[in-house]
Design a protein around this ligand. Structure first.
Ligand code: SIN
Ligand code: NI
Length: 250
């Protein structure tokens, strides 16, 4: 059952800050989850309008089918093997780029948005539920940027924001990673990434599971948000995130 990462995959992740894992789930499951994803999107009526993607959060709490994927011990075991520390779930979200959405998700790092203190390692699994060629909005990464620890929250809608903060990144090579349905990438929370617009007639459906160091403490200081994020009860400031809402995995 466990999809363990190979030594080469782990080495690539530690060198580059991201790695592609083919067939983390099988194609039949990807198709089943894609159907559940579209149904979940259609059930939620008050979604924030965002040209880059339709964003549905915390499926593990309100969708029986996608809960399986978010809590998958196989995906979590691979994440733990890459992180090298015990993990808990921070949150999950569906990111659906609607057909011909005309908007990229601009370059950013994830970590600066998060209310986390003392995290040793956090990372995301970006799981393709449909084929995601470049033309449907796949991810690109700048290798090595997971070593940039000078944190600045970046504006997801501003194509030049990250490059103004770190001008040398304008000249760094980017790696674009198209995925087949069922493949995933893992990216470190500091790795700079972007996703291209969807130019096709079909939705781009990605399910993203965000894992955090299980010992991370809650830092309630206000910070610019990329969108709504789950926050523990304010009384828990400075303590580890509660297991009920942020379960330990796998
Ligand atoms: C996207 O899929 O459009 C962006 C994903 C991310 O920022 O992690
Ligand atoms: Ni991101």
């Amino acid at each position: 059952m466990a999809h363990s990462v190979t030594e080469d995959q782990a080495a690539a992740y530690h060198r580059d800050g991201f790695v592609r894992i083919p067939e983390i789930i099988d194609k039949e499951d990807a198709a089943r989850y894609a159907k559940a994803a579209l149904a979940a999107r259609d059930r939620v009526s008050d979604l924030p309008a965002d040209p880059a993607f339709t964003h549905v959060m915390q499926l593990w709490k309100h969708d029986e089918t996608l809960r399986e994927l978010t809590l998958s011990p196989v995906v979590a075991a691979a994440a733990t093997a890459l992180a090298g520390v015990p993990l808990r779930l921070y949150h999950d979200h569906l990111l659906i780029k609607e057909p011909h959405n005309g908007a990229a998700t601009e370059f950013h790092q994830d970590q600066p948005y998060w209310p986390h203190l003392g995290s040793r390692h956090s990372l995301s699994a970006w799981i393709a539920l449909v084929d995601v060629p470049v033309s449907r909005g796949c991810m690109s990464f700048i290798p090595g940027t997971h070593r940039l620890d000078d944190l600045h929250p970046q504006d997801l809608r501003d194509a030049d924001n990250l490059m103004r903060v770190f001008p040398h990144l304008r000249w760094e090579p980017r790696v674009t990673v198209p995925l087949r349905a069922g493949d995933c990438t893992f990216h470190h929370s500091l790795t700079a990434h972007t996703a291209s617009p969807n130019l096709t007639d079909d939705p781009r459906i990605a399910h993203v599971v965000v894992y955090m160091d299980a010992d991370t403490r809650y830092d309630p200081r206000p910070r610019p948000a990329a969108g709504p994020l789950p926050e523990p009860d304010g009384t828990t400031a400075g303590t580890v995130f509660p297991d009920d809402d942020f379960p330990r995995l796998p």
